[in-house]
Design a protein around this ligand. Sequence first.
Ligand code: PMP
Length: 420
Amino acid sequence: MALLDAYLARTPRSRELFERATRSLPGGSTRTTVFSAPYPPYIAAGEGLAIRDVDGNLYRDFLGNYTALILGHAHPAVVAAVEAQVRRGSAFAAPTETEIELAEELRRRLPSIERLRFTNSGTEATMFAIRAARAFTGRPLVAKFERSYHGTHDGVMAGTAGVPAAMAGLAVELPWEDADGVERALRGHERDLAAIIIEPVQGAGGVRPASRDFLAFLRTFADRHGALLIFDEIISFRVGPHGAQGVVAVRPDLTTLGKVIGGGYALAAFGGRADVMDLFDARRAGSLSHGGTFNGNPVAAAAGLATLRELTPDVFVRLDALGERLRAKVAAAIGRDGLEARIAVVGSLFQVWSGEGVSAVVTGIGDVPELFLGLLLDGFYVAPRGMGAIPAIATESDVDALAAAIERVILGMQRVPQVA
Ligand code: PMP
């Protein structure tokens, strides 16, 4: 494949690092989602939209650590907040005022969150939200949706290797946007149901938004059966100043957050109704334990706070406009060139599919993802599966350049070979 040869030629130092990595890290990688065949480019530095790999290749980064870096890399306000905190110390076995400030800022943005707790990752956030729902309801079952992604703990990975078969008995898979299907899947189990967990906009599932009607149906269904409704907004929080829940005006009982709220550092959260979250109140007998050496880490909290302060309502208006611009340009190119391709955009999140991938969800890990490689060679960084996110520091011309690159790469992939 010409793309592959060109990539190999341009990334000898990344290849060297990858080969070295395979001796210490299984498959040379410590994060499933950042491996792509033959090996990913190793990044040396990032500033604003630009990232540079160890071979000196520059990319416009339209992934931003899987949607986390909404202000781009090394934003001056975030760097200043982090530097100031680092000089005061990185972490203490004691609370800080910064964690309160971040909690208050999140409550202002998401009125459904009356109380919250910080974690280090989205995986922990969904794990504890589910734990809270089970403890509050005294019920075992959790329902989640086809193509959902809620992290990697056993409770959301039933059916995969290493997760005891018994976990499958505690999870129900629901069909997307299908109210009758949800009722059917849960019929007879309603009184065992602790929670329904849903991404209001699926990320890994292909930037797929749930409709307001469907989320309202889930709200009513959960209430009718005494179960909790959990919105996993770890990705979708960035679609508006009040997250996706603000856009659809449906109030969940619990919400999980991550990515953006840590400003590029390791921080996530779960929160919601006070009567549920107060199960973690250590002053109460039998409270739920929630340790974590780095919970509410002040460096990450300072970065998150600095990030949220930059995210004024007009920034979201601009992000929406950039998202719509990308959608319109790519859709026009697909029509003009007769490409077998599709684009989905919600706010600043996007997903591009091409060729056989049009009906698929995620490119197989073992395959060389052509769209990804083609965009890399054109100087754009997106997820190997074709997902990305436009950061607030991107300009219209950056977005236009991305749209043109997507068109060029897909055209190249789908051009019928000419017989000489
Ligand atoms: N939920 C959703 C919707 C996510 O997109 C992710 C991460 N991509 C997670 C949970 C897990 O978060 P983390 O990677 O921080 O553990």
